[in-house]
Design a protein around this ligand. Structure first.
Ligand SMILES: [Zn+2]
Length: 164
């Protein structure tokens, strides 16, 4: 196993400036970083040099495109620069949660069954019911979150009034 030369505590990314590498050799640096969920990811990354205000300075060479990068985004399977790994928007990330994937599968199942002849309506009704149940439970979760945010905002406002 390669010796870990640098450790990053940021979630889902490694910044070159955070690494504080003691000495920069020619070869790749082995890094332990954390993915977005906080699981450790070990990888090795090459270095490159870019010309800046203080002369040549080292930076990561993106493992995918080999381009110079200040920041590498760390995923379970791929470590790459922002050009190679445009970050998912919150909306996109949300649409990929297990809940959504499961719901999409149910809708898919329902549509397929509707196309087929001889399917018991009970079966379709059961799937439709499950989709509705999941939708309502998700909405309830969002409402709960919103209610908590409003309470927090109210409490902060009261604090403001109390202090003036
Ligand atoms: Zn890249």
């Amino acid at each position: 196993m390669m010796r870990t030369e640098a450790v990053s505590a940021r979630l889902g990314q490694v910044r070159f400036v955070d690494l504080r590498l003691s000495k920069l050799g020619e070869g790749p640096v082995s890094v332990r970083a954390l993915d977005a969920e906080g699981s450790p990811v070990d990888f090795s990354v090459g270095l490159t040099e870019v010309w800046g205000a203080k002369g040549w300075r080292p930076l990561f060479a993106c493992p995918v495109c080999q381009g110079a990068a200040w920041v590498l985004l760390v995923g379970k399977l791929v470590v790459a620069c922002r050009r190679c790994r445009p970050r998912l928007t919150t909306h996109q990330a949300e649409k990929n949660t297990a809940e959504w994937v499961r719901e999409r599968a149910l809708v898919d199942q329902l549509v397929r069954q509707t196309d087929r002849k001889g399917v018991l309506p009970n079966q379709q009704r059961a799937i439709a019911k499950e989709i509705r149940r999941r939708g309502i439970s998700r909405a309830a979760g969002v409402l709960d979150l919103a209610a908590r945010a409003v309470r927090l905002a109210d409490a902060l406002q009261e604090d403001d009034h109390a202090s003036t």
